[in-house]
Design a protein. Structure first.
Length: 84
């Protein structure tokens, strides 16, 4: 009986771990897409290189103490940068 419970518990742990990895991978992919989209907005507006646009986003994130993903989401929604 104990073996059956242990097997069932381990199965649940593996399923939870797989779900966490899947969700994290999806989140990373979505964040990467959002950063790329936002870099495109900056490039369209002021013509920096892709690297310069990324560094601008990172700088804004650090200056305002906001996650990079949040800076990108706000820029995509408002098409306005936070006060520099």
């Amino acid at each position: 009986m104990h073996t059956a419970h242990a097997t069932l518990a381990l199965s649940g742990v593996h399923q939870a771990r797989n779900l966490t990895v899947w969700l994290t991978a999806g989140t990373c992919s979505a964040t990467r897409n959002m950063i790329g989209y936002t870099k495109g907005i900056l490039i369209e507006c002021s013509r920096p290189t892709s690297t310069q646009a990324f560094h601008t986003l990172v700088r804004l994130s650090q200056q305002h103490n906001i996650k990079l993903r949040t800076v990108c989401e706000n820029l995509a929604a408002t098409e306005a940068l936070p006060d520099q």
